[in-house]
Design a protein. Structure first.
Length: 256
């Protein structure tokens, strides 16, 4: 029944409506678990308040693992940087049966950003009372969005680009290797990126992961919240997109 509803032609691959739904749900799960582990670590009056950066890294890895399985029908991009990486690699399809077109590209982007926004909203609902507790407004924003330890826009963009390059190149290569690790391999790569390259900026490595929740923070009635740091918001969009494009170009040559 589900296949009949979501697939225009089951043999041809998922319809764009199915791609959209898949990316929305997968990215929402990614952000719910990812922002959730940050909330559990840095908000007051939680059970995870004594944890450290390693717990956040592991939590984001597990979030990716879960999100990839949820979004299997669309190839589980969950990240505009992955989408543009595949696009710039010269691939003919985003996923089996999903050709690379302007329409499919827009569908992936829309699903990823909407899913990220919704995942952040549900995180706020799950930690409502913790958000109501007294905490620095910057801490509350930190559940939703990334920020640099040292604000230097060129360096921050470079850091995000390098980390995203590693992620997207690894994903492109994994698609060509005879490995059954799949989602687990990607999850472990995200953990590795976080604990190795995440220190300077908090490793957004995903424009949707930062911008969707940042918009949610701006719109939600969060008690005691401050500003949204819009002056920095372009960095975790531009850096990952640049890293994704470069990884796609390199990957297209490397795996061809």
């Amino acid at each position: 029944m589900i296949d009949t509803v979501l697939l225009a032609d089951p043999a041809a691959g998922p319809a764009l409506s199915a791609v959209f739904v898949s990316e929305v749900f997968g990215t929402a799960v990614l952000l719910l678990l990812g922002c959730g582990v940050v909330a559990n670590t840095i908000l007051p009056k939680t059970k995870g308040g004594d944890a450290n950066f390693l717990m956040i890294g592991l939590g984001w890895g597990i979030a990716v693992f879960a999100g990839v399985y949820v979004a299997y029908r669309s190839g589980a991009h969950l990240n505009p940087a992955v989408t543009v990486g595949i696009l710039s690699s010269g691939a003919a399809e985003y996923a089996p049966g999903v050709p690379v077109t302007a329409g499919s590209t827009a569908t992936y982007f829309a699903g990823e950003f909407l899913g990220a926004f919704l995942g952040a909203v549900v995180t706020w609902l799950a930690y409502w009372k913790q958000f109501d507790a007294h905490a620095d407004p910057g801490v509350k924003l930190g559940v939703f969005a990334t920020g640099p330890e040292v604000r230097s826009y060129p360096h921050n963009v470079l850091t995000e680009a390098v980390a995203t390059f590693v992620l997207v190149l690894a994903i492109l290569v994994l698609g060509k290797t005879p490995s059954g690790l799949g989602p687990l391999a990607v999850a472990l790569i995200v953990v590795g990126i976080g604990i190795s390259l995440g220190g300077p900026t908090g490793y957004a490595i995903n424009p949707a992961r930062d911008l969707g929740p940042r918009i949610a923070h701006a719109l939600l009635p969060i008690k005691g919240k401050g500003g949204n740091d819009w002056s920095y918001a372009w960095v975790p969009v531009a850096g990952p997109l640049a890293g994704g494009v470069i990884a796609g170009l390199v990957g297209g040559l490397y795996i061809s």
